[in-house]
Design a protein. Structure first.
Length: 256
């Protein structure tokens, strides 16, 4: 076989393998429940972060496999390059030693390429005192949906928490009934809630979040996913997150 044909053959094989590799993405994820963002249901990872990433990858014809496991093990697997990346993770300098993050992850409060900005906001009655960012200014009790991790954070600060209800909407009804205290919501869940004029006229989102972090799809530095593909995926995530109608449909699905 002529040398040129041999070279062309192996180039074609390499291209096929490269294209195949780039059409699939393997991610690990923490197997502990972080409702409504990432949690395991029926042995499968689901939640708002999963929905965003799945849709983004679908839009660019990339298939996704997510494997739930203990968080520490997931990080070790990423260091070894056994997964392409992680769904999802916040930025830390130490993590950037073995993970690729979007270029603005460490410098912007709200990264353009985040999967989401998980901010927990205080919602009060419109005539309540303004929350100034301190624990003592929080109207108590603070009503938080079951299984939201922020409940434990506030309890450790000595704040009285009511986490008996299943949703933000249920807590809004309790707040309006009792006429005292407050509730915690994400910006998306509040936006969904106040589509209803009944809540919009009586409740207000305070101007300072209780807690806020950007979460990313980050890539193992030992993965074969190259820089161009990483940026393409991050851009696809940004595009999905910018679709307000789609985002609100997912919020509704998880009964915020």
């Amino acid at each position: 076989m002529p040398i040129k044909l041999i070279i062309a053959f192996f180039t074609w094989i390499a291209f096929i393998n490269f294209s195949h590799a780039q059409s699939q993405l393997t991610l690990c994820a923490d197997n502990s429940d972080w409702f409504p963002f990432i949690f395991v249901k029926g042995g499968k990872m689901t939640g708002l972060h999963v929905d965003i990433v799945e849709q983004a990858l679908k839009n660019i014809n990339v298939t996704l496999t997510v494997t739930p496991m203990p968080w520490t093990r997931c990080l070790k697997e990423l260091e070894s390059g056994n997964f392409d990346g992680v769904l999802t993770i916040s930025y830390k300098n130490s993590r950037s030693d073995f993970l690729h993050f979007p270029i603005d992850a460490s410098v912007k409060k709200h990264s353009d390429f985040r999967v989401s900005d998980v901010s927990y906001w205080l919602v009060t009655l419109k005539d309540a005192d303004v929350y100034d960012g301190t624990a003592v200014s929080v109207p108590q009790p603070v009503r938080i949906p079951q299984d939201w991790s922020i409940a434990n954070d506030l309890k450790l600060l000595g704040i009285q928490v009511d986490d008996g209800a299943l949703s933000v909407r249920a807590n809004a009804r309790k707040l309006l009934r009792d006429k005292f205290g407050s509730l915690v919501a994400t910006s998306d869940s509040f936006k969904y809630l106040v589509q209803d004029e009944f809540y919009r006229e009586q409740l207000v989102l305070q101007s300072k979040p209780i807690k806020s972090k950007n979460y990313f799809l980050a890539f193992s530095k030992k993965s074969s996913v190259d820089q161009l593909m990483r940026q393409k995926i991050w851009q696809a995530i940004k595009d999905v997150r910018s679709d307000e109608i789609l985002m609100l449909s997912w919020v509704r699905q998880y009964e915020f």
